[in-house]
Design a protein. Structure first.
Length: 253
């Protein structure tokens, strides 16, 4: 491969998808996903890792942490890909995996679903793929830690939709900014409207809980976090409009 070879649209789609799903702490040349993807697109792992780091310079949430991306490596096409797929998360996940031909998002795609004679439709496969992408992106953004407790047992953390999945449009369902990483207890409380997160990332517990329950566990687990702030993610900060939706339509006042 010639040095300085321009990046293609397909290569950049893969790089941006990997930017979304690989935690910063695991961005290195020996990362197996980076190595496998680099081999398929004909780039070195070092070059692919560098391009992923370049894309951080376009991420306002990353820059808001006070860190600096690698502006020198940003091209016009980089910006176009970033803008296009920041509005089409499902398209990003689907196209990246189709280019690489590998399960970038830990997706094992079954041929059949329930009835052994019925093949899964493209829409069903795309929906499952988008859910996998969403989960992995949210886990990556929060470095695998519950944004309330910091707890990091993989089996206990859930990528929770802020605006419920069933009311999301296609552009929102797989958007990592529509996610919070919560342990199972807080995921349930958030989903049932017993608590919410305000636009400034402050946790607010419902009056339904405050007025009706005063046992020790409720005080420790729910009332104890009221007024505190969630841990801000490394990227994909919670979308203010989606938080507002949860506050208005899910939260029990």
């Amino acid at each position: 491969m010639a040095r300085g070879k321009p990046w293609t649209r397909e290569e950049l789609i893969v790089a941006y998808a990997l930017y979304c799903v690989i935690p910063f702490s695991k961005l290195n040349n020996s990362n197996r996903t980076i190595k496998d993807a680099a081999e398929v697109i004909g780039r070195s792992p070092a070059a692919l890792k560098m391009k992923i780091c370049n894309l951080a310079a376009l991420d306002p949430d990353f820059l808001a942490t006070g860190r600096v991306g690698l502006w020198g490596g940003i091209s016009k096409l980089d910006r176009e890909i970033y803008e296009e797929f920041s509005k089409d998360w499902e398209g990003l996940s689907t196209k990246a995996e189709s280019i690489v031909g590998l399960p970038l998002f830990d997706l094992t795609e079954p041929v059949y679903n329930g009835d052994p004679h019925r093949k899964k439709s493209y829409a069903e496969i795309a929906d499952k793929q988008a859910r996998k992408f969403f989960r992995k992106s949210v886990i990556s953004a929060y470095e695998g830690r519950c944004c309330i407790t910091g707890q990091s047992i993989p089996q206990m953390v859930i990528a929770s939709h802020i605006k419920p999945y069933y009311v999301c449009d296609k552009s929102e369902r797989a958007n990592p900014a529509n996610g919070l990483l919560l342990n199972a207890f807080y995921d349930r409380a958030f989903d049932q409207g017993l608590m919410t997160v305000l636009p400034d990332l402050t946790i607010q517990v419902s009056n339904y809980v405050k007025d009706g329950y005063d046992d020790q566990n409720t005080r420790d687990w729910l009332l104890g976090v009221d007024g505190t702030k969630i841990i801000r993610p490394k990227r994909f900060a919670p979308n203010r409009d989606m938080l507002a939706y949860h506050n208005e339509f899910v939260f029990l006042r």
